[in-house]
Design a protein around this ligand. Structure first.
Ligand code: SAM
Length: 261
């Protein structure tokens, strides 16, 4: 009999994966190797957790819903060593998980707070080896968008500056209970080594990207007028009459570095 009695909670973004093929595809994409430190955000009723635990033998999960903590621990019995962190993932300091070892993060994320979770984990980027996340397909499209695309924006530039973004496969609503209203997709993020990112001042980089896309229809000359002059843009090979959506990630980094020098 199932250990899980409570119905899915909308306010916690609970859409439980029920499609075995998709679960297998996720485990296959993760391809855990002995010794890997696996951490799952939002295990829910264990759709991904238990297959991973059986395969890998140990796993740490971070779950906010108190009604799931005891059932998770009971259902894990005999499958492997499950460490349950009962916490809001936004309060978790990933640097304190698992000594010096880099984390492999995985999660079918609660869509209502997926962007804050992404930015929170990115602030621990150097502790993370890779991430496999289920998100709204629309978010994955924005994460992976290239310059010139309509959906290339703040999320694309911020993420691509810090990580390699690799969309893996799409997942339809009927793979979940209850089905979400939108299509989903699984994405792999691989943090770039710190010495190759090249951002000198992350606050300045964030400000440049925010202002550039805050007024995406405006030319960069107008959108960035509070932060820099046309001459400064030209000094790093940016045309002041161009728009943010045309600018590659490397150009945002060059401009931010010039302004923080
Ligand atoms: N992994 C399960 C699956 O695939 O069926 C559940 C995924 S469900 C989309 C998201 C999970 O994240 C839920 O279990 C929910 O309780 C949990 N969650 C929501 N907000 C959270 C938070 N702030 N911190 C940690 N977990 C959270």
């Amino acid at each position: 009999m199932s250990h899980f009695k409570a119905p899915p909670k909308k306010n916690l973004g609970q859409h439980f994966l029920t499609d075995r093929n998709i679960i297998e595809q996720i485990v296959h994409a993760l391809d855990p190797k002995p010794g890997d430190l696996l951490v799952e955000i939002g295990p829910g009723q264990g759709a991904i957790t238990f297959p991973l635990l059986k395969k890998h033998g140990h796993l740490t999960v971070i779950e906010f819903d108190r009604d799931l903590i005891t059932p998770l621990s009971e259902a894990a019995h005999g499958l492997g060593e499950l460490t349950i962190v009962h916490k809001d993932v936004l309060q978790v300091d990933f640097n304190k998980l698992g000594a010096d070892q880099a984390i492999r993060l995985i999660g079918n994320l609660p869509y209502n707070i997926s962007t804050p979770i992404l930015f929170h984990v990115l602030s621990h980027c150097q502790k993370i080896r890779d991430m496999h996340f289920m998100l709204q397909k629309e978010v994955v499209d924005r994460m992976a968008a290239e310059p010139g695309s309509k959906v290339y924006g703040r999320l694309s530039v911020t993420l691509q500056a810090l990580c390699e973004v690799i969309p893996l496969f799409d997942v339809p609503p009927h793979s979940f209970n209850p089905p979400p209203k939108v299509d989903s997709a699984v994405v792999r993020l691989i943090p770039r080594p710190a010495d190759t990112v090249g951002i000198h001042d992350s606050a300045m980089f964030a400000a440049v990207v925010r202002d550039a896309f805050g007024q995406r229809r405006k030319t960069l000359r107008n959108a960035l007028s509070k932060l820099c002059t046309s001459e400064q843009m030209q000094a790093v090979d940016i045309k002041p009459e161009s728009r943010a959506e045309q600018l590659p990630v490397s150009a945002f980094i060059r401009l931010a570095n010039l302004l923080s020098a």
